[in-house]
Design a protein around this ligand. Structure first.
Ligand SMILES: Cc1ncc(COP(=O)(O)O)c(C=O)c1O
Length: 374
């Protein structure tokens, strides 16, 4: 057997959401009727303009993608209100930007700070590159960042600090003044993950003018409805972006993704509608789920809601399986560091799908009550 790299041998595999086909096979369901509320996707579907433009571009796939994507960078820059030299675009979503960051920055012995429970991919990617995680804390009870836990975790070895706002999976926001406090306390790169910022209306781009060590991470997978096209971007200081371009795979952003991203940014009606519908669904789900006394439902600024199900007497695995038997996927949060096996995350869907979910949930909870009272 060849000798495998230590960091890869020790790696915990990343657990992504499951596909419709996979679940349809296991639970005997029709894949087209599965309700997806597990991966924080966009229930509206992609932009119609993006679909039309893609259809007209399919004949282009025999040629390599553009290595010069200045036109897309310019559109993203105008959307984000920064200059183009501050932008890097990734072709495996924001996840690729994380990988490129690690390739650019990490050397043996480096540490990075995360605040569990949060997005698990930070640990997955940075682990491969041999960096050591240091754990700060997200205060789940109050759904806010424990800022002191971040400040206390900083050492001479800290290379990167991850701050996720709105935080996945809890949905809480990090206050701008807390981000500033952290930026001022370190020379390490502070990566503010704004994958869901559009659903909160709050972002931190203006801090880039003031702080050299800020990097903002974003994606086309959420409000832009293009999770399957794998497009993400980073916004940082020009010098860092230039170094990152040296290690980024040249053709990772495929031509169809380039075209879809560009068309979506032009489709202002879609972007408005997409934000509105997701927020409506989130508030509807919050209101409806809050009516079940055995659930603890967390206020969210993103397109998903964290729910503690401890008082139902069920574990997350049991609850997610019962929902799947009814064709509904939600996220079992037991694989998130910092949460035990009594949490689920419910992503927004169409209001019709939300209603179906609430009905199914009601039945599951009343069956469970019956069992508990027996
Ligand atoms: C907080 C956060 N950051 C980044 C990503 C990665 O997004 P992408 O699909 O662009 O790789 C996700 C995806 O769910 C996320 O939840």
């Amino acid at each position: 057997m060849v000798k495998i790299k230590r960091t890869v041998k020790e790696l915990d595999p990343y657990i992504p959401g499951r596909s419709n086909e996979d679940l349809a096979r296991v639970y005997g369901l029709d894949p087209d009727n599965i309700i997806r509320m597990g991966s924080n996707e966009n229930p509206l579907g992609p932009s119609p303009q993006a679909i039309e433009t893609l259809k007209k571009s399919l004949h282009l796939i025999n040629t390599y993608p553009e290595s010069n994507i200045d036109d897309l960078k310019a559109k993203i820059a105008s959307y984000a209100r920064v200059n183009s030299e501050k932008i890097i675009v990734g072709g495996d979503g924001a996840d690729e930007i994380l990988d490129v960051l690690a390739k650019t920055l990490i050397e043996p012995g480096d540490e990075y700070i995360v605040h569990p429970p949060s997005y698990m991919y930070y640990e997955f990617t940075f682990g491969i590159h041999g960096a050591t995680p240091v754990y700060a804390r997200w205060n789940v009870e109050e759904n806010r960042l424990d800022v002191n836990s971040v400040l206390n975790a900083i050492s001479a070895k800290t290379k990167v600090i991850f701050l996720c706002t709105p935080n996945n999976p809890t949905g809480g926001l990090i206050e701008k003044k807390d981000i500033q406090t952290i930026l001022e306390s370190t020379d390490a790169l502070v990566v503010v993950d704004e994958a869901y910022w559009e659903f909160s209306g709050e972002n931190n781009v203006e801090l880039l003018d003031e702080y050299e060590n800020l990097f903002i991470l974003r994606t086309f997978s959420k409000v832009m409805g293009l999770a399957g096209m794998r497009i993400g971007y980073g916004i940082g200081q020009e010098k860092l972006i230039e170094y990152m371009h040296r290690v980024k795979p040249v053709f990772s952003l495929i031509k169809l993704s380039h075209i879809a991203a560009s068309a979506t940014l032009d489709d202002l009606n879609y972007l408005k509608e997409s934000t509105k519908l997701s927020i409506e669904s989130r508030e509807f789900l919050y209101e409806q789920m809050s009516k079940f006394p055995e659930l603890r439902v967390f206020k969210s600024f993103a397109n998903y809601i964290l729910v503690e199900i401890r008082n139902t007497g069920m574990k997350s695995k049991q609850m997610t399986e019962k929902l799947m038997e009814n064709g509904i996927i939600v996220r079992d949060c037991s694989s998130f560091r910092g949460l035990d096996d009594h949490w689920i995350r419910v992503s927004v869907a169409t209001i019709e799908e939300d209603e179906k979910f609430i009905d199914v949930l009601k039945n599951i909870l009343s069956d469970q009550q019956g069992i508990s009272n027996d």
